[in-house]
Design a protein around this ligand. Structure first.
Ligand code: MN
Length: 259
């Protein structure tokens, strides 16, 4: 089995090292990851700058390929040029910090997995729920468990799996829940500051506003110390509205006016 491993925290992060180490027990692992941190870059791709690729060493031996680009760039480049073939699986992570609710959209970690799904490769994004996480062993085990399930059962075209692991020792984890994406969103605050030249600038902060009484969501799972496993897809069509919109007569009215 061949697995492409990537992330958005950068090739030198502790999370990707733990993920690659864990997966080497079950697969041939190729690491292609951003040379710099790319958290919250979403699904951006690089089109106006050259993409440079470097061999990255860790502890004196070759670890993987560092790309001066985004997580989505890494998946495209990894599959098209570095591996030259589709792997059996792409796994992105282990991210430092949760990727639940609306963060799925902003996340570079999830976007890398989504790019794999666009390229018809089964994919998993995995995150630990704290930026201060130091121990990724349990999350590594979860990655293997979910990878084996995905290989066994397969995923529909265009679907990927988003996993969030609470930052607690294994014996404190309550279990695993298959979940929905929470509808929680950010209450953004742009903190206004002044630079040394007297000019104002802004720094984005804020807090995720929880939805009360949400059950079965990724947020519910991690708050209750469960590992959250959410199937997501990139087809953004709203099929209910697609049907209802037919009664708006947009097509008919516009075409009549055009003539
Ligand atoms: Mn990140």
């Amino acid at each position: 089995m061949k697995i492409l491993v990537t992330n958005d925290d950068g090739i030198d992060s502790a999370g990707i090292a733990a993920l690659a180490d864990a997966l080497r027990e079950i697969a041939e692992v190729t690491v292609v990851a951003p040379s710099e941190e790319q958290s919250a870059v979403g699904h951006g791709i690089t089109m106006k700058y050259p993409l440079r690729v470097f061999n990255y060493q860790k502890n004196g031996s070759f670890f993987g390929y560092a790309v001066e680009g985004t997580p989505a760039d890494c998946v495209k480049m990894g599959i098209r040029n570095i591996m030259g073939e589709s792997p059996d699986l792409v796994i992105s992570g282990i991210n430092h910090g949760s990727n639940t609710a609306i963060n799925i959209i902003y996340s570079g970690t999830v976007s890398a997995a989504r790019e794999a799904a666009i390229m018809d490769v089964p994919a998993i994004a995995i995150s630990v729920t704290s930026h201060e996480a130091k121990d990724f062993k349990y999350a590594g085990k979860v990655a293997i468990m979910v990878a084996q399930k995905v290989i066994k059962y397969g995923l529909p075209r265009g679907t990927l799996v988003n996993v969030n692991v609470p930052n607690f020792p294994e014996n404190e984890i309550a279990g695993v829940l298959v979940t929905e994406q929470s509808k929680a969103k950010w209450d953004d605050i742009y903190e206004k500051r002044t630079d040394p030249f007297g000019k104002d600038y802004y720094w984005l902060t804020g807090k995720l506003v929880e939805i009360e009484n949400e059950l079965n969501t990724d947020q519910f799972a991690i708050k209750n110390k469960f590992v959250s496993v959410t199937p997501i897809h990139f087809d953004l069509t709203d099929y209910d509205t697609f049907e209802k919109m037919k009664s708006w007569n947009i097509e008919k009215n516009f075409n009549e006016k055009a003539h």
